[in-house]
Design a protein around this ligand. Structure first.
Ligand code: FAD
Length: 322
């Protein structure tokens, strides 16, 4: 029996989210020959993004393009998505483990009467079984789960599965009409973004993060310069946010964002357990701290004992030469 897999792609800041391509790659780890793949993209003025997505999908791209869909609203997005899924009758629906994916996935799971495995970081096989790895207890343990039936709903943690490569033949794009409804319970009037950075924190390959040691809003400037040179994003500890040095949207940790960049540079961060909960899965951790006993050095792959205000500008200067 052949299966249909559906990836729900996401638009952010006028671009296609990287995690959507990672979700497509997850499908290639799950699917077998003869199975079909579709992707759904919802938004406003998304024709170029649907075209871009189609380059990575071996199947169909369902594009729902309407001014009323510019901002994510669970009611509108769910109604559009559920009507497409009802026609496709998928075996699995895959989302990015993002704010939108975390919101929509359980609604879709309930609608399809599906099981859900969330925040997947790796997919392995054992015999005929597919095993989905996910972190537990803020990354201190992992569990492997498997589905016992279909349909299935999966969310993929950003930056853990490599993105899909361009497919041999681009997908067909199927445009779906959207008729606005007047009986919505709520509408999104506007989205006021607080993140100033050009690179999304959860998808950034490199994060330069500052803690209480940064001492002020001004103190974040050298970190911003380093992040810019490295095409990365700037994050922060809760202590830095609490002190008003930066916005809470930059907070990484147990009560902030969970990130898995290729390189995490912690500047003036002690390494409290609640901070590590959000960054300990980073592939390479570099810590800059003037206290050689700081706990962050226990998880760091590379440690620099020194004053961040001396070390960070030196790093920026060196990377500028590359
Ligand atoms: P500190 O612990 O004060 O460390 C500052 C570090 O900077 C020190 O190690 C010092 O040696 C170094 N330093 C100072 N000056 C310099 C310099 N010039 N150059 C180099 N190094 C320097 N925290 C989070 O980050 N994220 C969370 O999501 C989070 N959630 C929490 C949830 C709960 C329920 C609780 C109770 C706490 C939470 N915390 C969280 C707070 C956490 O416990 C720590 O208080 C916080 O992470 C400390 O931040 P910090 O490392 O920046 O500050």
């Amino acid at each position: 029996m052949s299966h249909t897999y559906v990836v729900v792609a996401e638009v952010r800041g006028g671009g296609l989210r990287q995690v959507s391509l990672e979700a497509l790659q997850a499908v290639s780890l799950i699917k077998e020959e003869g199975d079909s793949v579709a992707a759904v993209i919802i938004g406003s003025q998304i024709t170029p993004l649907a075209d871009e997505l189609a380059r990575y999908v071996l199947g169909q791209v369902y594009s729902v393009d309407h001014p009323d869909l510019e901002n994510y609203n669970p009611e509108t997005y769910f109604s559009v998505l559920s009507s497409i899924l009802s026609k496709l009758n998928p075996s699995a629906v895959i989302f990015g483990h993002t704010a939108v994916g975390r919101d929509l996935a359980p609604m879709v799971a309930a609608h399809l009467d599906a099981g859900q495995i969330s925040d997947v970081t790796a997919i392995d096989s054992e015999g005929n079984d597919l095993l989905f790895m996910r972190p537990l207890y803020a990354g201190k343990a992992f569990e492997q789960k498997k589905f016992v039936n279909t349909p299935q709903v999966i969310t993929i943690r950003p930056n853990n599965i490599s993105p899909a490569e361009v497919a041999s033949t681009p997908a067909d794009i199927i445009e779906i009409d959207y008729s606005p409804t007047s009986n919505l319970r709520s509408i999104v009037k506007d989205v006021i973004r607080k993140t100033s950075g050009k690179v999304d924190l959860t998808e950034a390959k490199i994060i330069v993060s500052g803690g209480r040691g940064v001492k002020s809003t001004e103190g974040f400037k050298p970190l911003e310069e380093l992040a810019e040179v490295l095409h990365g994003a700037v994050g922060a500890s809760r202590a830095a946010c609490d002190a008003g040095y930066c916005d809470y949207s930059m907070q990484i940790g147990q009560t902030g964002k969970v990130v898995t960049p290729e390189i995490y540079i912690a500047c003036g961060i002690s390494g409290a357990i609640q901070h590590m909960a959000g960054m300990s899965q980073s592939h390479v951790i570099i810590a800059i701290n003037k206290d050689p006993e700081a706990p962050i050095f226990k998880v760091a792959d590379y440690g620099i004992v020194g004053d961040l205000f001396e070390v960070v500008p030196l790093l920026t200067e060196e990377f500028r030469k590359v």
